[in-house]
Each structure stands twice: as structure tokens, then as C-alpha cells.
Design a protein around this ligand. Structure first.
Ligand code: AMP
Length: 462
């Protein structure tokens, strides 16, 4: 298997920098084997599952193919479900964030069509990501024009066929010029997928990578057996005391559980924050900022809330609740052990009721070792982050840059550049990670010393 780096490809410098910033230091196997063909404009049929990095493989290709000057739909991704389309849109947005004026639209059902018609009529997106029914609806009304489309991606093609979308997909493709690049991704290659490929592709290169879990031998996966569900919070604390992870996510199936577990951990002197769908946008942003700038080692999250989390190299993922679906399991644990780093995934199960974890094991054709909760004793030393976050009451709108903030802080001799971590600028606020013992000094410094002539206020986020 090739271990090419992104820098071995002919990609713009801004994209290489962006990939580094996203924490994509190395290509995943599907990326290494497909990107050379994709960037050359060739057709490709790739066997890849969620978690393999396939979205970035075709996303990088799409971004290279489009010409930003023309507001025409030059790339189209067809997905089986709204959720997948939304994930794909977000990933391409991240990959394309260095491109000014890039427009990507999700064109899916479930929202009123008139909003979409309005947005499409303003100007066409460079890249459209959608589900078959709604795409056809727009094509029928003439509100989506695919006559300039150069790259077509069929994502999770086997699921599209399973869901009965074969005719719709064929109908959509009739609106796209024959001279195009067609990329087809599918977890399996049964005969009907081969037929689809013959129908819509031209001499595609075939790429197969093994299943996710085999790709990631560095994720150690175990099941932690508990006798009583009520023991789980205490065992969670034991696990955190034991492994002392720098960054970890604990996944729960309900919002109530995330709150309960977070409270328990905080009472046991573990810095933990809850991330769930009941938080308003401001709180959600603050939680994500504190977690990603390493001011909080433990995040307790629901699956939906964690979706936008673009944090790599978690050292520990704990499934407080067994997910209902093997795909969700794969998605959760795929957040650890990224890019060759070691990762640990633990899943709680009641010892007398293991059906759900056994179902996941069967789906993944794997057996996870069992650990008894009593083996995981750790000295209950508090688990605090090395950094804390300071909030400053001005941001990008005041034309303040990260450099200005760093300058203001390090003007105090007690603070050196290496004491300051990630600086996040929002329109009206800025967040700075700083070594915990210096938090008070840093807050005082901001109050005392104007930043770019602006007197700012600051406080430590708790
Ligand atoms: P996907 O298979 O496209 O759903 O991607 C799985 C996850 O891997 C996504 O969260 C991506 O952000 C992440 N990812 C994709 N490519 C890389 C890479 N080269 N290095 C690290 N993470 C990646």
C-alpha cells in the first residue's frame, strides 16, 4: 500500500496548507490509490466505506476541477440520504475553505423547495450535493442546470440501488454532458453496481481498499463489562483516571445521559463538557473551541452534536451507550487512531446482556476482547487540562488578528509565545488558549493593554 503524502500530488499550496490545518497529514489508503486518477480527470470506481476518507478523495478532485469564475454547477454529488449529503457538503466546504466565493449547495428534500429555488436563482452553486428525488424536482422545473457539469460523483451507490433510486439516478444523468468525469463509490460491488458502472462510466480505474477497521490496526477496541448500568458513570471516571487521555470523547445515546455523565465527572474533578443538540449556538461554539484548543480533555457528546467535530487524534473514544447501528459505531471509533496514531476505543456493555455489541461484532466480522470494569482502577487524581480558554469581547469585526492578540499578551514578560495555544477569532469574540497557571495574568493583561487601540475585556471561560 502506498504511503504517499498529499504534497506528492500536484495540489495548490493553499490546499496543502489547508489539509495540514485539518490534521490530514497523510493520505488514507483510498486517497492514495484514487487521487492520482481523480486529479488526472479519469473515471474511477472505488470500493470504500464511511470512515475511509472517500469524501476527501472526491472532494479534493471536485475542487480542483471547478473554475470559480463561472457560477455554473460544474460538480454534482448524488447521495442516497439527506444526512450523507449534509456530511459531504460540510466536508467539501472544509476542504474548500481556502477558496473565495466558492458556493456549494445541498439539494435535498425535507426543506421547502422555494428556499432552494431562491438560492439557486441568485447564482448557481459551483458544486451541488443532493438526493435523487429533490435533484430531479429541480431539473424538471428548470431551476438547476447541469449542462456545464464536468464531474459527477455517485456516493454510496449500492445504498442508492438498495433504496430503489436506479431510475432516478439514470434520469438525472441524462441532464449531464456525456463528456465528463464520473466517480462511483460503493461499499460493495455486486453485479448491479458493475452494470451501473458500465452504463455511466468510461474505462474506470478500479480501486479497492479493505474495510475501515482493518485499515486502522492502531485502534485497539475492547468491551468493558459492567454488572449494573448504574455503575457506568463511576467506571467512566476510573477509565479516565487510568488512561488520562489528553483528548477523549464519550458518546451517549441521549441528551439526558450526556448531562448526567458530565455532572458526575465534574463532581469527580475531571474537566468535562457536554455537547448536545439542546445547546444554543453560542454555547456549542464555546464547547467546541475549548475542546479543540485543549482546554478540556473530555467531551461528552451525542452522535448528532459530534457530527461537526473536526478534531483528529483523539486518544480515547468511549461508547458509554452501545450505538444502535454498526455504521455509527464505525463512525465513532474512527475519530481515534487517525493517520497512524494509536487510538483506543472502549464500549460499555452489561455483562448479562451483550446482544447489541454482538450484533456490531457480527456486522464488522470482528470480536472484541472483554475487560472487566474492575481491571480498570486508576488513582483518582484530578484530570485537568493543561490550558484554559480566555474569552475576549472583540473579534474579527474589530479587525483584530491572532497576531495582535499574541502581541498584546506577550508584551507582558510573564507570558511567552509558547504559553499561548490556539487563538480562535469569531466575528464578535476571540478565544485564546493559555497555560492554566497564567490565566489570571493574561486576563489582567488584556484589560490593561488595548489591542490595536481598542480597550477590550476578557474573562476565563469555565
Ligand atoms: P469519510 O470516509 O469520507 O466519511 O471520512 C472519514 C473521516 O476521516 C472524516 O471525518 C474526515 O474528516 C477524516 N479524514 C479524511 N481524510 C483524512 C486524512 N487524510 N487524514 C485524517 N483524517 C482524514
Amino acid at each position: 500500500m502506498s504511503t504517499l503524502h498529499f504534497s506528492d500530488l500536484s495540489l495548490p499550496k493553499a490546499q496543502l496548507r489547508n489539509l495540514e490545518e485539518l490534521g490530514y497529514h497523510q493520505m488514507t489508503p483510498i486517497q492514495a490509490s484514487s487521487l492520482p486518477t481523480i486529479l488526472k480527470g479519469g473515471d474511477l470506481i472505488g470500493q470504500a466505506q464511511t470512515g475511509s476518507g472517500k469524501t476527501a478523495a472526491f472532494g479534493i478532485g471536485l475542487l480542483e476541477a471547478i473554475d470559480l469564475k463561472h457560477f455554473t454547477t460544474q460538480g454534482l454529488v448524488i447521495c442516497p440520504t439527506r444526512e450523507l449529503a449534509e456530511q459531504v457538503r460540510q466536508e467539501i466546504r472544509r476542504l474548500g475553505r481556502y477558496l473565495p466565493n466558492l458556493k456549494i449547495s445541498a439539494i435535498c428534500g425535507g426543506v421547502p423547495i422555494r428556499h432552494q429555488i431562491h438560492s439557486l436563482s441568485q447564482h448557481a452553486p459551483h458544486i451541488a450535493v443532493g438526493t435523487p428525488g429533490r435533484l430531479l424536482d429541480h431539473l424538471g422545473r428548470g431551476t438547476l442546470d447541469l449542462s456545464y457539469t464536468k464531474v459527477l460523483v455517485l456516493d454510496e451507490a449500492d445504498r442508492m440501488l438498495d433504496m430503489g433510486f436506479a431510475d432516478e439516478v439514470a434520469e438525472i444523468i441524462r441532464y449531464i454532458p456525456k463528456k465528463r468525469q464520473t466517480l462511483l463509490f460503493s461499499a460493495t460491488f455486486p453485479e448491479d453496481i458493475r452494470r451501473m458502472s458500465r452504463q455511466f462510466q468510461h474505462r474506470p480505474k478500479e480501486v479497492v481498499v479493505e474495510a475501515l477497521v482493518e485499515n486502522r490496526p492502531k485502534i485497539s477496541q475492547s468491551v468493558v463489562l459492567v454488572e449494573d448500568g448504574r455503575d457506568k458513570p463511576a467506571v467512566t471516571a476510573e477509565i479516565l483516571y487510568h488512561y488520562r487521555p489528553q483528548s477523549s470523547v464519550i458518546f451517549c445515546n441521549t441528551i439526558a445521559t450526556t448531562i448526567e455523565v458530565t455532572d458526575f465527572l465534574q463532581r469527580h474533578r475531571i474537566d468535562a463538557l457536554a455537547l448536545h443538540g439542546d445547546l444554543d449556538q453560542k454555547d456549542r461554539d464555546q464547547v467546541l473551541i475549548q475542546f479543540s484548543n485543549r482546554s478540556c480533555p473530555v467531551l461528552v457528546a451525542t452522535d448528532v452534536a459530534a457530527r461537526g467535530l473536526d478534531i483528529d487524534d483523539l486518544s480515547l473514544v468511549l461508547n458509554f451507550d452501545v450505538p444502535f447501528d454498526p455504521e455509527v459505531y464505525v463512525h465513532r471509533i474512527g475519530r481515534t487512531g487517525r493517520a497512524g496514531k494509536e487510538g483506543r476505543a472502549l464500549t460499555f456493555s452489561l455483562s448479562y446482556k451483550q446482544e447489541r455489541i454482538e450484533m456490531i461484532e457480527a456486522a464488522l466480522e470482528q470480536q472484541f476482547p472483554r475487560i472487566s470494569a474492575s481491571e480498570l482502577k486508576g488513582a483518582p487524581a484530578p484530570l485537568h487540562a493543561e490550558m484554559v480558554t480566555i474569552e475576549i469581547n472583540e473579534g474579527r469585526k474589530a479587525k483584530i488578528s491572532a497576531g495582535d492578540i499574541l502581541g498584546a499578551l506577550t508584551a507582558n514578560e510573564a507570558i511567552s509565545g509558547s504559553d499561548v495555544g490556539k487563538i480562535t477569532l469569531l466575528p464578535m469574540k476571540a478565544y485564546v488558549a493559555i497555560k492554566a497557571p497564567l490565566a489570571k495574568v493574561a486576563v489582567d493583561q488584556i484589560w490593561r493593554r488595548p489591542i490595536k487601540g481598542i480597550e477590550c475585556r476578557a474573562r476565563v471561560l469555565r
